[in-house]
Design a protein around this ligand. Structure first.
Ligand SMILES: NC(=O)c1ccc[n+]([C@@H]2O[C@H](COP(=O)([O-])OP(=O)(O)OC[C@H]3O[C@@H](n4cnc5c(N)ncnc54)[C@H](O)[C@@H]3O)[C@@H](O)[C@H]2O)c1
Length: 378
């Protein structure tokens, strides 16, 4: 099968996640970079393209030009990877979908529910695949939680405690450099900072692992550090469609925490604890209190999770592999589309619909907070 090719928008000099996507795709080996518009400044875009060894003809000055030119080429890219600040996700994704090109976009999907609905509809109308890179759900152990719960082994889920604390924006007068600047700026980040950056990861992780939908929520989004406009510490109380309840905490002022996404799920038959910074294992607590640590690569991992492992146990896999695993399924589906063998049950990655749920979650939290922390239906 011919290797897929992709283009990238964003990921220029000094950017964070673009380079991580390139490395993750390379770890999986499912596609090769063939085009890009890496920055809004054409010289910087060309510089990154040259560093990556791209044909200068396929380094573009704008994403609009790239979408048009790549769609017109016989050897045009199979998909685009969008790794720009949140405000531009919607127009860029729209341009590539309209050009008939499959999309991978980083989270949060976009800023408004209307934008999200438009992208969902466009992808459907054009019959295009759309990956939203909630990276952590690519971990074998995160998939293990999902498969274990899906198989009914946890019984009925009754309670969820999930948190994603970071400490990098804890201080007045410090905005976290290039990455923090746009996240804390309402014009580039939308109505939220911390909740869009971290809270959406929690929402997606819990939804993916439990299969539950939030029925209603009550949020308290706080601006803690003086001088900041957008939230940097958030609490969200949730009720799920099966009657279970949950508590989500996301923070950028939790000194001492890096990327401490932790999910604890309590069912009628036992509990699960998963921690992304220790992602090679998952702890399962049985009904009688017996604690079992399941390690990626060893026995006891459900087959639909285990198949994403690359290395023998004890050779640690991490964030790049998790992101690569999302691309693995995305690429398998794209290849199947080309071969005419694609069926929707092959999709094992977060989709545009999942991304739209994240946007809806953000807006319900904003509505709750603005109205004095009231319950809001999702
Ligand atoms: N999945 C994850 O775990 C994860 C982690 C970090 C960031 N993200 C998401 O990734 C996105 C980017 O975050 P980041 O931290 O890499 O930001 P960044 O500021 O480091 O990089 C953004 C890049 O986009 C470029 N850019 C901006 N507008 C552009 C345009 N119109 N055309 C071409 N290039 C453009 C900038 O020049 C820069 O190179 C955000 O949406 C963020 O939420 C996701």
């Amino acid at each position: 099968m011919k290797k897929l090719t992709y283009g990238m928008v964003g990921g220029g000099p000094g950017a964070f996640i673009g380079d991580a996507h390139r490395r993750s795709i390379a770890v999986d080996g499912c596609a090769e970079l063939a085009a890009g518009c890496f920055s809004r400044t054409p010289e910087k875009s060309a510089q990154t393209g040259a560093e990556l060894g791209l044909d200068p003809e396929r380094c573009y000055a704008s994403y609009e030009e790239m979408a048009k030119a790549e769609a017109a080429r016989e050897d045009g890219i199979d998909f685009v990877v969008i790794v720009t600040p949140n405000v531009s996700h919607h127009p860029i994704a729209k341009a590539f979908l309209e050009a008939g090109i499959h999309v991978s976009c980083d989270k949060p999907l976009c800023l408004t529910n209307e934008e999200a609905e438009e992208l969902v509809q466009l992808a459907k109308d054009k019959d295009l695949l759309f990956l939203v890179t909630y990276t952590y759900m690519g971990h074998v152990t995160a998939k293990q939680a999902r498969e274990y719960i899906k198989a009914g082994k946890l019984g009925k889920v009754r309670a969820v405690m999930a948190e994603y604390p970071q400490g990098w924006l804890a201080f007045e007068g410090e905005n976290g450099g290039k990455q923090g600047e746009w996240r804390t700026d309402p014009k580039q980040s939308g109505g939220v900072n911390c909740l869009g950056d971290l809270g959406t990861h929690i929402e997606n992780a819990v939804a993916t692992m439990t299969g539950l939908k939030i029925r209603r929520l009550l949020a308290k989004l706080d601006v803690v550090v003086p001088g900041r406009v957008l939230d940097d510490n958030d609490y969200v109380m949730v009720e799920f469609d099966n009657g279970a309840t949950g508590m989500f905490w996301s923070s950028q002022i939790a000194i001492g925490h890096d990327n401490s996404l932790r999910v604890r799920i309590y069912g009628t038959e036992g509990s699960i604890e998963w921690f992304q910074e220790d992602c090679e294992k998952i702890t399962i607590i049985e009904k009688d209190g017996t604690m079992i640590e399941r390690h990626r690569g060893n026995g006891g991992i459900e087959p639909d999770a285990a198949r994403y492992g690359h290395l023998p146990s004890g050779h640690p896999e991490g964030w790049f592999e998790a992101m690569g695993n999302l691309y693995h399924s995305f690429a398998e589906c794209l290849q199947a589309k080309k071969a005419g063998t694609f069926t929707p049950d092959m999709v094992d990655f977060p989709t545009v619909e999942d991304g739209a749920e994240g946007v809806k979650f953000v807006h319900c939290c904003l509505e709750s907070t603005k109205n004095g922390n009231i319950w809001v239906e999702m």
